[in-house]
Structure formats: structure tokens, C-alpha cells
Unconditional design. Sequence first.
Length: 110
Amino acid sequence: MFLNVIKTALVVVAVLSGDTAVAVAAGCVVSDPTATPLNVRSGPQGRVLSTLPNGTAVVIVEERSFAGKRWAKVSATDGTLGWVFATYLDCTMADDNTKSAPMKPRTPPQ
């Protein structure tokens, strides 16, 4: 069931407090370059509720821009639900069977 949610892209646009919030079911993993657990918050820049270690699979259920930064509300398989700084997520919007082929650089004319 969790993998089916990850593979399904659902986009819902809503306007909240003048900011655009987007809900996206996308498969992601926590990928914090500092190698510290990622804080899960009550809201963008809210109080810390818990943490998620690198490599934890999550699904983005909503995205929001706050103070010029991208935040994502995520759900993990252990039941964790909250907001994280989206820069520290490594996400795939489509499964490997639907991705386009990698681009090859053009050879400059001679």
C-alpha cells in the first residue's frame, strides 16, 4: 500500500494565507547532508515534534513556501507526520519505468 501511494502523483492546489500550498504524493527519502536526524516540526519553523534519520522513506502530503524556503509536510511509515525543510528530501516523482531517457550532450558543430 505504501509503495502504491509513493508511485501515485496527486497534485492538489490550495491557497492558504496568501501562500500557495501544494499537496503531492511523492516518494522521498530523508537525505540531510549534515548526517544528523531531520527535525519534524508542527509547522514550517514550528516546534520540533520528532526526528527522522537519513534514509527514512516518506511521502510528501503538502508543500508550502515560508519565508522564501520550501517546506514539506511528510508522512513516514512509522506514523510520523509533520513539516520538514524540503531541501533535505531526495524525491522521485515517477517510477523508473516512466522516466525519460537521460539526455546526451550535443556535439558542437565543427
